[in-house]
Design a protein around this ligand. Structure first.
Ligand code: 13P
Ligand code: SF4
Length: 365
């Protein structure tokens, strides 16, 4: 890490225009050998260099289909892991800054999930035939592998409903991790009452639940959350509606239940982009998702007189994704031009194999 920081320092004296020009030049020299994937939350100065952009689901499909030697993921760590899992062994997945993690993904780990699985087994008896484990794609590869070996599956924010429907066809209950909000919002929209969705507090024995609560539950929700989406509050929506009664509200399902209930539309980043793009000229939107995407939506839609507002009065962005800056992208690409691979993300084959089966079940759904 220290060596990376030193390497990046060589760019500190360069102005932004020169960095941008050198990224373009390195990209040209690499040609089809490189595919740069950019998540919608990526900052503009990096996002503009992506060959493919999208939400988590689309980018994982892009990675799986790519023929490039190098997949440079301008996103966060779990996304680059998915790219490595879904590509051929000789293809290389790269994360330009290894510190670009996901605070939500870090809220679940294998030891804690395995403990939960054992404790659930104590209450339910044969846990394997009672519970389908479902992991949000925002999770480490070994948790995807856990789902793979226990008959479970991966979901993203755009297919969570279909995945949950599939899961309930396999077994009567679901253990959903790490994002409680995506699980709760999706379950509720499928018609499950809140009482049948209990929250598993991973800091407490037996998740802080009674055996009775566990037996009655349909979905056991891991108590994780996204630090970006939790800043949006129902009162932000109330203030917007008071000022702009004709305005519409659209939120990401990582937002709280209360925020999603008060929104007109709820969906993934791709869904949010599409819905606003297809709305009538002059319409006004309050958007509950990451700031870089909302700023881009504002720019892309203003020529049609559409107004796009950010939901929170305080500026909040995905600070880990923000670590992928033009300097790190340039450093990565120029090293590749010289034949050197930096910041490769590699998932051990035993973990990758099981994780792949959970991802493939998702693609099949
Ligand atoms: P989507 O890309 O699935 O909308 O999810 C947003 C997100 O938080 C990515 O980490
Ligand atoms: Fe993780 Fe939230 Fe950032 Fe998405 S926005 S990568 S869930 S911290």
């Amino acid at each position: 890490m220290a060596a990376t920081a030193l390497a990046i320092q060589q760019f500190s004296g360069l102005d932004e225009a020169e960095i941008q020009a050198r990224i373009v030049a390195a990209k040209e020299r690499l040609g089809e050998r490189v595919a740069i994937l950019g998540h919608h939350y990526q900052r503009e100065e990096v996002f503009r260099h992506a060959h493919f952009s999208g939400d988590s689901l689309k980018l994982s499909r892009m990675a799986a289909q790519s023929q490039a030697d190098y997949i440079v993921f301008c996103g966060v760590h779990f996304m680059a892991e998915v790219a490595d899992i879904l590509t051929r062994p000789e293809q290389v997945a790269i994360l330009p800054d290894l510190a670009a993690g996901c605070s939500m993904a870090d809220m679940a780990n294998l030891a804690k999930v395995e403990r939960a699985w054992r404790e659930l087994n104590e209450v339910l008896g044969d846990v394997e035939s009672n519970i389908t484990p479902v992991t949000y794609i925002n999770s480490a590869a070994d948790l995807k592998a856990f789902c793979g070996r226990h008959g479970g599956i991966v979901c993203t924010s755009s297919n969570a409903r279909n995945v949950l429907e599939w899961s309930f066809k396999q077994r009567e209950k679901v253990l959903f991790f790490p994002d409680q909000h995506l699980g709760r919002n999706t379950g509720y929209r499928m018609g499950l009452p809140l009482e049948e969705m209990v929250t598993w507090d991973f800091m407490k024995p037996m998740g802080g639940l009674t055996p009775e609560q566990i037996r009655k539950a349909k979905i056991i929700l891991w108590k994780g959350f996204c630090s970006v989406h939790q800043v949006f509050r129902p009162e932000h929506i109330a203030a917007f509606r008071a000022k702009f009664p004709e305005g519409r509200v659209i939120s990401h399902p990582e937002c709280s239940f209360e925020v999603c209930q008060k929104s007109d539309y709820v969906g993934s980043t791709d869904f949010i982009i599409k819905t606003i793009a297809e709305s009538a000229a002059g319409s006004r939107w309050l958007v509950g998702t990451e700031l870089n995407l909302v700023n881009r939506l504002h720019e892309q839609n203003k020529h049609e007189g559409k107004h796009v507002h950010f939901m929170s009065p305080t500026l909040c962005m995905c600070s880990t994704m923000f670590r992928i800056d033009p300097q790190h992208l340039l450093w990565t690409l120029e090293n590749l031009v010289e034949g050197k691979v930096v910041n490769r993300i590699r998932v051990a084959e035993d973990i990758a194999g099981e994780a792949r089966s959970a991802l493939e079940r998702m693609f099949a759904v």
